[in-house]
Design a protein around this ligand. Structure first.
Ligand code: UDP
Length: 336
């Protein structure tokens, strides 16, 4: 039998690049696609020498053409940090909506199974804790995070419609906060923000009073969950995340201890619509995929810190988003 071939959109991003590695390891032929707005070719440059890896520099929101057979399509292209959504809101909406339409159409044409990267953000600022897949969420469609949250909700609806009406094989993973090597140091998310600040000798900026919670999953665990879901026969959404919940204030203290920095915590205003709590209920993933996370936060943070320490010094001072922290809303020019 010929080797299976998989298309991964967002291939040069944090999760996309780890997925490329995993599928190569599993013996697949991998087609990566990325328009490199938030992705970085450095994340996949080690794959370019491999005959089983191809790359298209393309925007999945536009018409996409991939010659040859495809067995699987994984849609992971999207800006993924609140600061990115503010910077490029229309593109965030387009890649979630038009992008998935193109992937599903391609899936129909190729007879490929399509897996989409959905998110805990479909639950918004949740009124139910922990969040299970039946909870329908509390999202502000017109707030700053609405461009991401609603695109992902639309993406789930569109995917389910293709499954129901066209009989396409589809999978939906709801990803909770994930961290690990290849996160962009300056993408504004809390872990790279804190580690970057510690490495630069700056104080750590906690937004609000730090009582809001998140539950952080190490990237290798997430990739394993996604792989198992893709290979399962389950078409409804599945939460994949680590239920080990922590307040952002305590998380800052953990990073201070991990990095050994002398810096302290300073407090900044809480961004609009920042969820007050978040913790995945992973009973479904455990039951259907036999999956649960294996890497403790202590171990995952150690590996991630080692990665950030290994980056060239100048990366620490690339302030891509200096005008946006902490999520000040102002009109921006963008190409769309
Ligand atoms: N946060 C913070 N300081 C920062 C960046 C983020 O206190 O420098 C907080 C943010 O307000 C949120 C949490 O950390 O409550 C997680 O933010 P992130 O952007 O990583 O992801 P989210 O889960 O909000 O999408």
């Amino acid at each position: 039998m010929a080797t299976s071939r998989v298309l991964i959109t967002g291939a040069a991003g944090f999760l996309g690049s780890h997925l490329c590695d995993r599928f190569i390891e599993e013996g697949f032929r991998v087609v990566g696609m990325d328009n490199l707005i938030t992705g970085d070719l450095k994340n996949i440059e080690h794959l370019f020498k491999l005959p089983e890896f191809e790359f298209y520099n393309a925007d999945v929101s536009q018409f996409i053409h991939v010659p040859g057979e495809l067995d699987y399509i994984l849609h992971f292209a999207s800006p993924a940090s609140p600061i990115d959504y503010l910077k490029i809101p229309i593109q965030t909406l387009k890649v979630g909506s038009l992008g998935i339409h193109n992937c599903l159409g391609l899936g129909m044409a190729k007879g490929a199974r399509v897996l989409i990267a959905s998110t805990s953000e479909v639950y918004g600022d949740p009124q139910v804790h922990p969040q299970n897949e039946d909870y329908r969420g509390s999202v502000n469609p017109v707030g700053p995070r609405g461009v991401y949250d609603e695109a992902k909700r639309f993406q789930e609806a569109m995917t389910m419609a293709y499954h129901t009406y066209h009989g396409l094989e589809t999978r939906i993973v709801r990803i909770f906060n994930t961290y690990g090597p290849r996160m962009r140091l300056n993408d504004g998310r809390v872990l790279p923000a804190f580690i970057g600040q510690a490495l630069r000798g700056e104080d750590l900026t906690v937004f609000g009073d730090g009582s809001q919670t998140r539950s952080f999953c190490y990237v290798d665990d997430l990739i394993e969950g996604i792989y198992r879901l893709l290979m399962s026969d389950y078409a409804h959404p599945v939460n994949v995340g680590n239920p080990d919940e922590i307040s952002i204030g305590d998380f800052a203290e953990e990073i201070i201890k991990l990095t050994g920095t002398d810096q302290k915590v300073i407090y900044k205003p809480l961004p609009q619509d920042d969820p007050t709590q978040r913790q995945p209920d992973i009973s479904r993933a455990q039951e259907i995929l036999g999956w649960k996370p294996q890497v403790t936060r202590q171990e995952g943070l150690k590996r991630t810190y080692a990665y950030f320490q290994s980056l060239p010094q100048e990366d620490l001072y690339k302030k891509e988003h200096k005008d946006f922290a902490p999520y000040v809303r102002k009109p921006q020019k963008e190409n769309h």
